[in-house]
Design a protein around this ligand. Structure first.
Ligand SMILES: C[S@@+](CC[C@H](N)C(=O)[O-])C[C@H]1O[C@@H](n2cnc3c(N)ncnc32)[C@H](O)[C@@H]1O
Length: 190
C-alpha cells in the first residue's frame, strides 16, 4: 500500500495502478480516514494519500485493508515535482496546517509557492478542493487560488449547511463536535 520509491513511477503512475483512471491526491492525509473512504466510495478513481510523517501514516496503514485504487506515500509536498509529471486530476487539502503568522505564510499549502508547485503535477484541468476550520488560512487560500487563475465552483463558510457530498476527516469530526464551522472551496483552472 505504501509506494516506497515514488520517483521511479514519475510519469507512469497509470502503470502502477494498471489502469487509465484519474488520480486524486490528498496532501497531508494524516491517519488516512478521508482518502480511504473516498477510495471505497469511488472505485473508478485512483487515490494517493501523501503525508510528511511516516509515523502517522504507519498508524493509518495498520488499521485498513489494502484497496486496489489506494496508495500512500510519505514525502513533503515541496518534493512533489520529483514524483508526479502531469498525471494528477484533483488535489484535496483537508485541514492543512494553517501557519497563521504572516511570516510563515509561504508554508501554507495554498501559498503562491505551493500553487506554483502544483501546476506541473496536474494533467489537463487543474482542480483543488480545500476544507479548513481556520479563517486566516481560508482567506489566504481564496486570494491565492483566485490570483493563480482558478475559478471557484463552490465556496462555503459552513459546509454542513450545504448539500455537497462530503466524507469527513479525523480533524473535521473533532471540530464539528466542538460546534466549529467548516470552510470549503472547490476551484478549477482550465
Ligand atoms: C492538521 S493535520 C490534518 C490531517 C487530515 N487531513 C485530517 O483532516 O484529519 C495536517 C497533516 O498534514 C501533514 N502535512 C503538513 N505539511 C505537509 C507537507 N508539506 N507535506 C505533506 N504533509 C504535510 C501533517 O503532518 C499532518 O498530518
Amino acid at each position: 500500500m505504501v509506494i516506497h520509491n515514488p520517483e521511479e513511477w514519475k510519469g507512469n503512475f497509470k502503470n502502477l495502478f494498471q489502469n487509465n483512471h484519474n488520480i486524486h491526491i490528498e496532501i497531508g492525509a494524516g491517519k488516512g480516514k478521508f482518502i480511504y473512504e473516498m477510495a471505497l466510495q469511488f472505485p473508478d478513481i485512483n487515490f494517493i494519500g501523501i503525508e510528511k510523517y511516516a509515523s502517522i501514516l504507519v498508524r493509518a496503514l495498520g488499521k485498513s485493508e489494502p484497496l486496489p485504487n489506494l496508495r500512500f506515500l510519505y514525502v513533503d509536498a515541496k518534493n512533489l515535482p520529483d514524483i508526479f509529471d502531469h498525471e494528477i486530476s484533483c488535489i484535496y487539502l483537508n485541514f492543512s496546517d494553517p501557519w497563521p503568522k504572516n511570516r510563515h505564510a509561504r508554508r501554507r499549502l495554498t501559498s503562491p509557492e505551493f500553487l506554483n508547485i502544483y501546476e506541473d503535477l496536474f494533467q489537463g484541468e487543474k482542480h483543488i478542493i480545500q476544507k479548513t476550520d481556520n479563517l486566516i488560512l481560508f482567506a489566504s487560500s481564496l486570494k491565492n487560488i483566485n490570483n493563480a487563475g482558478y475559478t471557484f465552483q463552490e465556496v462555503s463558510l459552513d459546509l454542513a449547511s450545504t448539500d455537497l457530498f462530503n466524507i469527513e476527516t479525523e480533524y473535521e469530526q473533532k471540530f464539528k463536535s466542538q460546534g466549529i464551522k467548516i470552510n470549503y472551496l472547490d476551484a478549477i483552472k482550465k
